[in-house]
Design a protein around this ligand. Structure first.
Ligand SMILES: Cc1ncc(COP(=O)(O)O)c(C=O)c1O
Length: 404
């Protein structure tokens, strides 16, 4: 054995494509290029000042020590109040855990519950991290391809066909990354009806983009739509996207006591409590009215339209308007196979994304990273001027491609 040989489990995990694209962008910038990054899953807005000041106040008040592993009593109370206010869900403190981002909680939930070979149903297109988290926890991702004509949403018959005695979890992400799709209460109830006869299956509702919705679309989380399945539902959320706090690393989850207790044990032996400073800021975020939100949605909506206009002006690209989040998932199947000015044939969406980075100096992500080849994910959470320039540069580059 070499001394630099990693564990076998490392063969089951790939670097996150979103982190890879950001690394590529940084490398190009270091080489003097100006790149506009439409690959990042992060709002460009500043964390609202009152929230940041709550973090500063926590430092000044010496709230800089270990806290309870699953979060302070004040934070758990704020999380419980949020669930009551926004989702009509009631949770006791033992049914709530805060962690260093929703990502950690999702990972720990899988690690705490999956035995080797147990299956997790992941509707595609999916958030890039789900399959790797499942395989790291020795589970088996079962990818179910959702269709654009169904609004990218899992259909009850698809769910019924994917369920087996080995199924342990179904993941539902609404509003979804990368498509922005939002499940209605009725759609969730139809999925719940299928799950009813499979009592071994847990449901993970990843609601991280909850408030980022357009056209006044309502939001229902799975546990509220199907209260009879609440005992096997883990509702995951956080302040990363709702309050532009990605760097604070603060997520939370609520569900059955046994599951929260198991996740807490894992957390107690790895990272312990999330940052005490971030917890104090999250208390402010959850307890204060989100007055900034309407302005954010208005801005994101303008940007959404800007990207859709660009897409509609390019022969070979198409996309439906996302219902939430801040990504357009554009069909580029008719562009794949076209020839660059250098004579290179763009064989797939990955080659197209790589060429756009080089030619337009705009970073976007290939749909295959989300389990759905033939698409591009364009994140529009960058400032208006940058987005304008990026759209113009993308359009120019697309026009430079020749059909076969
Ligand atoms: C669908 C989805 N879930 C969870 C996360 C992770 O959020 P956090 O920053 O709270 O770890 C992301 C981040 O991009 C996401 O897109």
């Amino acid at each position: 054995m070499n001394n630099n040989q990693t564990a076998r489990r490392m063969q089951r995990v790939r670097p996150s494509p979103t982190a890879t694209i950001s690394d590529n962008v940084r490398a190009l910038e270091a080489a003097g290029k100006t790149v506009i990054n439409l690959g990042e899953g992060e709002l460009d807005f500043a964390t609202p000042a009152a929230i940041s000041y709550a973090g500063i106040e926590a430092i000044v008040q010496h709230q800089t020590k270990y806290t309870a592993v699953a979060g302070t009593a004040a934070l758990k109370a704020a999380i419980a109040a949020k669930f009551t206010r926004d989702n009509q869900l009631q949770f006791q403190p033992e049914e709530i855990i805060a962690g260093s981002g929703a990502k950690q909680l999702i990972f720990n939930a899988f690690l705490a519950t999956l035995d080797a070979g147990q299956q997790v149903i992941i509707p595609a297109p999916y958030w890039v991290s789900y399959p790797d988290m499942v395989t790291l926890a020795e589970g088996e991702p079962v990818i179910v391809a959702c269709e654009e004509q169904h609004g990218w949403k899992l259909q009850p018959d698809q769910l019924a066909a994917a369920l087996t005695p080995e199924t342990r979890w179904l993941i539902l992400n609404s509003p979804g990354n990368p498509t922005g799709a939002i499940y209605t209460g009725q759609e969730l109830r139809a999925l719940a009806a299928v799950l009813y006869d499979h009592p071994q299956v847990l449901i993970m509702a990843d609601d991280i983009y909850e408030p980022l919705r357009y056209d006044q679309l309502p939001f229902t989380t799975f546990a509220a739509a199907a209260p009879h399945l609440a005992e096997r539902t883990l509702t995951v959320n956080g302040v990363s996207k709702s309050h532009a706090m990605t760097g604070w690393r603060l997520g939370y989850a609520a569900g059955p006591r046994w599951l929260i207790a198991a996740m807490q044990i894992l957390q107690s032996q790895s990272t312990s409590n999330p940052s005490s400073i971030s917890q104090a800021a999250a208390v402010a975020a959850l307890n204060q009215p989100a007055n900034f939100l309407a302005g954010w949605i208005e801005k994101l909506d303008q940007r959404r339209r800007c990207v859709l206009t660009m897409i509609n002006s390019v022969d070979g690209l198409s996309a439906s308007a996302p219902q939430g989040a801040f990504y357009v998932f554009a069909n580029c199947q008719r562009i794949i196979g076209r020839i660059t000015p250098d004579g290179e044939k763009l064989q797939d969406d990955k080659a197209l994304a790589a060429w756009l980075l080089a030619d337009a100096q705009v970073a976007v992500l290939q749909g295959s990273a989300f389990g759905t080849p033939g698409y591009l994910r364009i994140a529009y959470a960058v400032d208006d001027t940058a987005l304008d320039v990026a759209c113009r540069q993308l359009k120019t580059s697309f026009a430079r491609l020749r059909p076969v």
